[in-house]
Design a protein around this ligand. Structure first.
Ligand SMILES: N[C@@H](CCC(=O)N[C@@H](CS)C(=O)NCC(=O)O)C(=O)O
Length: 215
């Protein structure tokens, strides 16, 4: 059976688990990292020398990097739905996955740490404003792309929606930042919220992370 190591509250684990959930493949998730520790255990380091989560094991394959895990799961377990048999469509799926990791995600996660994970007294307001502005530029790109579209690629749910869609739950629900009006992104978010795999693996209460800089 497919195994994933990583605590459920880690966004990169959520990204991988959302993809697992979408495929419907049976899985076992083993808590690791954060308050569970274990990242430095030699057995784990042999699987993932980065000492980070998630790590996947399936059919003798050991794989880290959440984006690689999503692509593997999509190609193996959902070649026609999450993935695509069209080279052009696959390239577009890749484009959005790469864009998210290189452009949207760094600002999103920095914002989350500066705002939600930093105790109020220690928050750096000018830095928050500047990162929020940078993140908003990326969300504005999504807003424009989603005009007249339900999903990022091919007007159906694909792996392209997973990395960027994963950020939305915390972006919209942390309620600590000013968010521009993003009607297309909000409608896309509502569609994602209807997906059982998003509900099970992404829409998880993250209150335990408030003001917590220790992991
Ligand atoms: N590029 C890696 C990043 C992995 C990563 O930084 N994971 C974080 C959680 S989101 C982690 O392991 N943090 C340490 C911990 O959870 O204790 C990926 O996408 O898988």
């Amino acid at each position: 059976m497919l195994k994933i190591w990583g605590r459920a509250s880690a966004v990169n684990v959520q990204k991988a688990m959302w993809a697992v959930g979408e495929t419907g493949a049976p899985f076992e998730r083993i808590d690791l990292g954060g308050k569970f520790g274990g990242l430095d255990d030699p057995g784990y380091v042999a699987k993932n020398p980065n000492r980070r989560v998630p790590t996947l094991e399936d059919d003798g394959l050991v794989l880290y990097e959440s984006g690689a895990i999503v692509r593997y799961l999509a190609a193996k377990y959902s070649p026609e739905n999450l993935w695509s048999q069209s080279e052009a469509e696959r390239a577009l799926i890749d484009q959005w996955m790469e864009w998210t990791v290189s452009t949207l995600y760094p600002d999103f996660i920095t914002l989350f740490w500066l705002v939600f994970r930093t105790p109020i007294a220690d928050r750096n307001l000018p830095r928050i404003a500047s990162i929020n502005e940078a993140a908003n530029k990326s969300y504005a790109i999504l807003e424009e792309h989603l005009e007249g579209r339900d999903y990022l690629v091919g007007n159906r749910f694909t792996a392209a929606d997973i990395p960027a869609g994963m950020t939305l739950y915390r972006y919209f629900e942390m309620k600590e930042i000013e968010i521009p009006s993003l009607p297309n992104v909000r409608n896309w978010y509502q569609r994602l919220c209807e997906r059982p795999a998003y509900q099970a693996h992404v829409m998880l209460d993250f209150e335990e992370l408030r003001g917590r800089l220790d992991f």
